[in-house]
Design a binder for this molecule. Structure first.
Ligand SMILES: NC(=O)c1ccc[n+]([C@@H]2O[C@H](COP(=O)([O-])OP(=O)(O)OC[C@H]3O[C@@H](n4cnc5c(N)ncnc54)[C@H](OP(=O)(O)O)[C@@H]3O)[C@@H](O)[C@H]2O)c1
Length: 264
C-alpha cells in the first residue's frame, strides 16, 4: 500500500494526522509512511498511537506521537511546537466522533450532540487555524479536513454530526480562498461509509461501504491534485446532493430507506 516518496510529484515530507490511532487516520499514516517522511501522529490513546507509529517505522518513515485531545487548547500548542521542530507540509484534521438518533429514545442525546460539535467542528478549528497561520507565514503547505457526505444534506438521523461536518466543510473551503494567494492549499474530504469503529456503531444500511485503506489511497490521490472537495464515493455524493433540490415531500419518502441509529 505504501508508495515510495516521489519528490517530482511534490509528495509531502512532513505529515501530521489527528485521530491517527485507528480507522481512517491509521490508514492515512500507513499510506504516507515511506523513507524520508516524518509523521506526527496525534490522538488521545497512547497505546494505539504507538502501534501505528511502529507500522509506519516498519515502512521506513520517522514517526513521532503526541497525545492530545483536539477539544482542548493544548492541541494548539502541540501543533505549533511540532511545526516549529518539523515544518508541516500536510496536516490532516481527521479526529472525529459521531452521534445520532438512539434506538431507545428516537432522539439524539444532548451530551453526545455537544461532544460531536466540540470535536468535529471546534476541535477541527483548533487543529487547522494555528497551523494555517504558520503555513501562510512561510508561504506553503496543505491542510485537509476530513468531512462527511452527511454534510451535503441535513440527515435527520445524525443532526449534530451533519451540522458539525457542514461547518467544517464551509470553514475549510472559506480558508481555501483566503489562503490560496499565500501558497496554502486547503481541501475537504467528503466520505461515505468506511468500515471503522465509528461506522460499526451505526445500525442501518451502509451503501457503498469501503475500507480505510481504499479511502486513504483515494484521499492521497485527491490531495495530490489539490481538489477543493474530494468526495468518495462520487455517485453516493451526487445522490445525497440531489436531496437538496427535491421537494420536501419526496425527500421524506426517500430518507427512511437510509435510516440508522447510533449506539453510544
Ligand atoms: N467511518 C465512516 O464511515 C466515516 C464516514 C465519513 C467521515 N468519517 C470521518 O473520518 C474521520 C475518522 O473516523 P474513523 O471512521 O476513522 O473513526 P474512528 O475509527 O472512531 O477514529 C476516530 C479517531 O478520532 C480520534 N479522536 C476522537 N476524538 C478525539 C479527540 N477529542 N481528540 C483527539 N483525537 C480524537 C480517535 O482517537 P483516540 O482513539 O486516540 O481517542 C480515533 O483515532 C472522522 O472525522 C469521521 O467523522 C468517517
Amino acid at each position: 500500500m505504501a508508495a515510495g516518496r516521489d519528490k517530482t510529484l511534490g509528495d509531502p515530507a512532513v505529515v501530521v494526522i489527528t485521530g491517527a490511532g485507528g480507522g481512517i487516520g491509521a490508514a492515512l499514516a500507513n499510506v504516507y509512511a515511506a523513507p524520508g517522511v516524518t509523521l506526527g501522529l496525534i490522538g488521545r490513546d497512547e497505546a494505539k498511537l504507538n502501534r501505528v507509529a511502529g507500522e509506519c517505522r516498519a515502512r521506513g518513515a520517522t514517526a513521532e506521537i503526541r497525545v492530545a485531545d483536539v477539544t482542548t487548547p493544548e492541541i494548539e500548542d502541540v501543533l505549533r511546537a511540532f511545526d516549529a521542530a518539523h515544518p508541516i507540509d500536510l496536516l490532516i484534521a481527521n479526529a472525529g466522533v459521531t452521534s445520532g438518533v438512539s434506538a431507545a429514545s428516537g432522539l439524539e442525546p444532548w451530551d453526545a450532540a455537544l461532544r460531536t460539535a466540540e470535536t468535529n467542528f471546534v476541535g477541527a478549528l483548533r487543529t487547522i487555524a494555528p497551523v494555517a497561520e504558520r503555513m501562510a507565514a512561510r508561504g506553503r503547505g496543505q491542510i485537509a479536513g476530513i468531512g462527511s457526505l452527511a454534510a451535503l444534506a441535513p440527515l435527520p438521523y445524525s443532526p449534530a454530526y451533519s451540522a458539525s461536518k457542514a461547518g467544517l466543510e464551509t470553514y475549510v473551503l472559506a480558508l481555501r480562498h483566503l489562503l490560496a494567494p499565500k501558497g496554502v492549499r486547503l481541501n475537504v474530504v467528503t466520505l461515505g461509509y468506511v468500515e471503522t469503529d465509528m461506522s460499526r456503531r451505526l445500525s442501518g444500511p451502509k451503501p457503498f461501504l469501503t475500507t480505510p485503506a481504499k479511502a486513504a489511497i483515494m484521499i492521497r490521490s485527491g490531495l495530490k491534485r489539490n481538489r477543493a472537495r474530494i468526495a468518495h464515493p462520487v455517485v453516493f455524493a451526487m445522490g445525497i446532493r440531489c436531496l437538496n433540490i427535491l421537494p420536501e415531500w419526496l425527500v421524506r419518502l426517500i430518507l427512511p430507506a437510509f435510516a440508522f441509529t447510533i449506539s453510544p
